[in-house]
Design a protein around this ligand. Structure first.
Ligand code: SD4
Length: 328
């Protein structure tokens, strides 16, 4: 055996992968059908910063559940992101009301909806999951629980969001249109080094919505779903349509039936389109985007209108990827 072959045999394929530059290592993993882990995906370009937080947990062997919570907390705390957490756009009464949910590899779930004055609804959702016998708390009850758990009360309506709301009040046109060009909910799904999946989803929901309106984001199965045997999915966009199709659960079930994450997202978007047509509504103001990840670390995304993107962090680095879309 020549010395090069002896060397390769001695170091083994695993360490060879580690010695490759990240982009080649990822390709080699796919070719050798090795699981691509750890990996984290999140919606929109604010996902890049959130992924970087999640990666701190994942790259040191941490749990996907901790990674997704830490990741989306970054976005929740950022006042410049006007559709999640602190600084989120208010409802039509000027109140910032937040929705969030979380799901782990053991099918534990927790959720809060219409929560006011708490900057990190995702952590309240995790507390619901871990410290109560329930899965969802809403409104005043969610707030009461958050305070009992020691979460501080904060004013979430920033000057910028209040200004925009006052401007909206001049016409107060009730037309909850999802801004196709803008950032929305952050949904994050991750596969950790142990091969376990978890997900988190958090939002201030549609701008100037009716007080009390809840979208898909805190609803397990709609805005987020994880099945540790199969994969995980999360949604952004027009929550009513995602709830109608139980979208994220649908994506995961399509993966269970053998679809790739990409194909599963496409089929779920087609279901939304079918229901929109059967209800004789137009797709003009409806944007929905799904992202999905399976147990092998393969991923995909699909949306109705162009303009949706998502961030992926794995061995190849943190990248923003433009989602393919249905309408040209
Ligand atoms: C909702 N899906 O409340 C959320 C918000 C969102 O684009 O993602 N809007 O319906």
């Amino acid at each position: 055996m020549d010395s090069r072959r002896k060397f390769l045999k001695k170091i083994g394929a695993g360490s060879l992968l580690l010695s490759l530059p990240p982009i080649y290592a990822q390709q080699a993993k796919v070719l050798s059908r090795e699981v691509n882990k750890p990996i984290v995906l999140s919606t929109w370009d604010f996902g890049l910063k959130a992924n970087a937080e999640a990666w701190k947990v994942l790259s040191t062997g941490g749990r996907a559940l901790d990674a997704v919570e830490q990741g989306v907390r970054y976005t929740e705390a950022d006042p410049t992101e006007r559709s999640v957490g602190y600084g989120g756009r208010p409802d039509r009464d000027g109140k910032v009301t937040l929705d969030a949910c979380i799901m782990d590899e053991n099918a534990n779930i927790g959720s809060v909806a219409a929560l006011e004055q708490i900057k990190h609804p995702i952590s309240v959702a995790r507390a619901v999951m871990e410290k109560t016998p329930h899965v969802m708390l809403v409104g005043d009850g969610a707030l009461q629980f958050a305070q009992e758990q020691g979460f501080p009360l904060e004013n979430l309506l920033t000057e910028a969001s209040e200004k925009e709301w006052r401007e909206w009040l001049k016409t107060a046109k009730y037309e909850p249109v999802v801004n196709i060009e803008n950032h929305d909910t952050i949904g994050m799904i991750a596969l950790d080094e142990q091969g376990n999946l978890s997900g988190a989803c958090t939002t201030s929901g549609m701008a100037f919505k009716m007080h009390g309106r809840v979208g898909d984001s805190p609803i397990i199965g709609a805005g987020l779903y994880v099945d540790n045997e199969v994969g995980a999915a999360t949604a952004t966009g027009h929550g009513e349509e995602v709830i109608r199709t139980v979208g994220s659960h649908l994506v995961v079930e399509l993966m269970r039936q053998g679809h790739t994450p990409q194909k599963a997202c496409e089929e779920a978007v087609k279901r939304i389109i079918k229901f929109t047509e059967s209800r004789k509504k137009t797709l003009d103001n409806i944007q929905v985007g799904f992202i999905a990840l399976n147990k092998q670390g393969e991923y995909g995304a699909y949306c109705i209108h162009g303009g949706f993107n998502y961030a992926k962090y794995d061995d190849a680095g943190n990248q923003l990827i433009s989602s393919p879309h249905y309408l040209i």
